[in-house]
Ligand binder design. Structure first.
Ligand code: UD1
Length: 334
């Protein structure tokens, strides 16, 4: 298929492009490079041994986006472009509403105008807020607790309404749990700006000596060791989930959790990282971070049943690949 990937240069996007190319799809990428670099797509081409058409387009520039659709016979879209930092979304909600909502609105309008009705949409487990039950099924209540999560939930609603209005739409909504790790080649991975907010990039920066120690946000939660439990998923597994979703699109909107179904506590992740890489990570326990759920992990059964997809890689792969990528970046190539 000829597939347009929005945000294809980003962390999830670059890995998704590799897997799409490997599966034989032809790719057109649009990205505004606000949180990514064009080099990552050069690395994608190197890994896959195939080329990608790249356009520097912001989804808020609807005319430019329409031109890309005019130039290519796009058959399906994987829509990953969007702002994703929870803390920043609390500070600058309008920035998030404008970018995530209007960008997706423009995309869907241009798709309709060009009669492209196949869409894989990047959502987040963030839409569940603090889950009341674990593992979390797709039918769980949606109660996002920050503006970022709200943009994703609103967009999910918009896609439902769109598909109700026209039965040509075939949409998969993918709710990611905690993507971590990097491509095993060490050529692409996550590049957080400034001090990382997320656990794994923070750990790798401690390991390389850029940060002195990991602060663990609370060890008095109602979990086995007192630290929060999350469903970490290797980014390559997640990327393959997009390929499966694309290849199983069917009429209407279908929502899938992408996770492993297994939770790890913060202490367990630190220990796995230390063992996988023969390193030691200094830690200190600090106050809880506001808005953190004690436990969140997916029920990924629907994705396995309907998409034939399930996560294959374990926590050791995640830790080893995250560390290889960190060292690669440090070497000045990343
Ligand atoms: C965060 C986002 C979520 C997003 C996901 C993507 C928040 C509140 N949520 O989820 O919307 O979809 O990333 O990856 O930001 N931790 C520490 N010390 C640290 C960093 C994290 O102890 O320096 C702990 C956290 O308390 C949490 C776990 O590690 O229990 C994972 O944190 P993080 O990687 O930020 O992911 P989430 O909070 O689950």
């Amino acid at each position: 298929m000829k597939v347009l990937v929005t945000g294809g240069a980003g962390y999830i996007g670059s890995h998704t492009c590799v897997e799409l190319l490997k599966a034989g799809h032809e790719l057109v990428v649009v990205d505004n490079f606000s949180n990514s670099r064009v080099d990552s797509l050069e690395q994608v081409e190197k890994i896959a041994g195939r080329s990608v058409r790249i356009y520097d387009v912001d989804l808020l520039e609807k005319e430019k986006l329409a031109q890309v659709f005019g130039e290519h016979s796009i058959e399906a879209v994987i829509h990953l472009a969007g702002f994703k930092a929870v803390g920043e979304s609390v500070e600058f909600p309008l920035k998030y509403y404008r970018n995530n909502l209007i960008g997706t609105l423009n995309l869907c309008e241009v798709m309709s105008e060009h009669e492209v009705y196949q869409l894989v949409f990047s959502s987040s487990a963030c839409v569940y807020g603090i889950p009341k039950q674990t593992p979390v099924p797709e039918t769980a209540n949606l109660q996002a607790i920050n503006p970022y999560g709200n943009t994703k939930r609103m967009l999910e609603d918009m896609l439902e309404d769109l598909s109700s209005s026209n039965e040509n739409w075939r949409v998969a909504v993918l709710r990611y749990f905690n993507p971590v790790g990097a491509h095993p080649s060490g050529l692409i991975g996550e590049e957080p700006k400034g001090t990382p907010n997320n656990l794994m990039p923070y750990i790798t920066q401690v390991a390389i000596g850029q940060l002195p120690r990991l602060s663990i946000f609370g060890d008095d939660y109602d979990t086995e060791d007192g630290t929060c439990v999350r469903d970490y998923i290797h980014v390559v597994d997640l990327a393959q989930g997009h390929v499966s979703a694309l290849e199983h699109l069917s009429t209407g909107v279908h929502t899938y959790n992408l996770g492993t179904g297994r939770g790890y506590s913060v202490y367990e992740v630190v220990k796995a990282f230390e063992e996988a890489n023969a390193l030691s990570i200094p830690v200190q326990v600090v106050e809880r971070r506001p808005g953190d759920a004690a436990v969140s992990y997916a029920d990924p059964a629907k994705a396995e049943r309907e998409l034939g997809w399930r996560a294959e890689k374990g926590i050791f792969d995640m830790c080893q690949d995250a560390w290889r990528w960190q060292k690669h970046r440090q070497g000045g190539n990343g």
